[in-house]
Design a protein around this ligand. Structure first.
Ligand code: SAM
Ligand code: SF4
Length: 337
């Protein structure tokens, strides 16, 4: 085992979010434009490079690995990578081990992959779903795929995967659906978290129009449901409540209105191997150059030390000005959230 990753503020970094592709089969309006420019394929790390890079992180003490995108399940043969990484879950050969391998998906291809994911060692997944209404789903994602997602969720449940539904709260779009999604999700035995929309990358239209503070969502949910603060924590920005009527748990992820940076334990890597030390910052390290160097293992480890030295104390997001430029030029589909 090599030295664990600890940043300059003595935060132990144990969680990697790795984007395996920037491509996607949906076009969520808050995430990307219809005519999204995707990365040239030659710039994207191969599955083998992604695998070796992830092993380098695991050797430095990363214990939780989340695959994301773009849509991770649209990358060809991604299941081979997932199987290979799954072999690090609970490994005891001194090369570092994962406690958890997970992924964030839009669910469109889950029906095909749910059993394979479970067999590979995945036990929990996050599925993004912003409405249960077919027409609204189509308007929001620019694709008529709600049926596919619902089939995927049923397959995930049948395969034994624990599911958390992630819902972006959007003023005037799915505001009125949130209680219904929660009741449905909890009825299925799924957890749920709400996310505030973040100013990442150019999209058509102005996100400020749809920015909905979760404090407001919570107030309106409390008119109908009994929400009790929960002590549940995951080391991330989410704060949880238990919902008496449904018996389920609801998380609130509020990177814009709350300060969650002190306990930050994570870094993000794009499909081209750019490490972003903070979701809300531009501090970055080129891990692809390290992976394509003469001594990738040593170069990667040295690059991770640089990342620890530049990880900022806190993010600098703001979404408070109508018509403002995005706080960061990159899209969420690059870093995967
Ligand atoms: N395609 C997969 C999915 O949708 O779950 C994984 C990648 S997606 C970028 C990860 C999460 O980021 C999704 O839950 C999505 O709703 C969220 N997201 C995308 N753009 C966002 C934005 N500008 N603000 C807040 N959340 C965003
Ligand atoms: Fe695709 Fe996920 Fe972005 Fe939607 S949020 S366009 S599913 S990457």
């Amino acid at each position: 085992m090599q030295a664990p990753l600890v940043d300059q503020f003595r935060r132990r970094i144990s969680y990697l979010r790795l984007s395996v592709t920037d491509r996607c089969d949906l076009r969520c309006t808050y995430c990307m434009p219809e005519r999204m420019t995707f990365l040239p394929r030659k710039d994207v790390l191969s599955l083998d490079e992604l695998h070796r890079m992830a092993l380098g992180f695991i050797a430095r003490g990363i214990t939780k690995l989340r695959l994301t995108g773009g849509e991770p399940l649209v990358r060809r043969d991604v299941i081979d990578l997932i199987r290979a990484l799954g072999r690090r879950v609970g490994a005891d050969d001194g090369q570092g081990a994962l406690e958890e391998l997970t992924l964030t998906t839009n669910g469109t291809r889950l029906a095909e992959f749910a059993d394979d994911l479970f067999d590979a060692g995945v036990r929990r997944i996050n599925v993004s779903l912003d409405t249960l209404d077919r027409a609204r789903f189509e308007a929001l994602t620019r694709r008529d795929s709600l049926g596919q997602v619902m089939e995927g969720l049923a397959a995930a449940k049948a395969a034994g995967l624990k599911v958390k539904i992630n819902t972006v709260a959007l003023k005037g779009v799915n505001e009125a659906d949130i209680g219904e999604i929660m009741a449905w999700a909890h009825g299925q035995g799924f957890a749920m978290s709400l996310i505030e929309v973040m100013p990442l990358g150019e999209v058509e239209g102005d996100r400020f129009d749809h920015y909905l503070p979760l404090t407001q969502v919570r107030d309106s949910l409390e008119r109908r449901w009994t929400l009790t603060p929960s002590s549940h924590r995951t080391g991330g920005p989410a704060r949880y409540v238990d919902v008496a009527e449904t018996g389920g748990r609801l998380g609130f992820i509020t990177p814009l209105t709350n300060n969650f940076c002190d306990g930050c334990n994570r870094v993000r890597v794009t499909a081209t191997g750019q490490l972003y030390a903070c979701l809300g910052g531009s501090e970055q390290v080129d891990l692809r150059a390290a992976m394509r160097s003469d001594d990738p293992e040593a170069a990667l480890s040295a690059a991770l030390d640089v990342a620890m030295a530049i990880k900022p104390a806190r993010h600098a997001f703001a979404i408070d000005r109508a018509g403002a430029e995005p706080a960061l030029a990159r899209h969420m589909s690059m870093t995967g959230g």
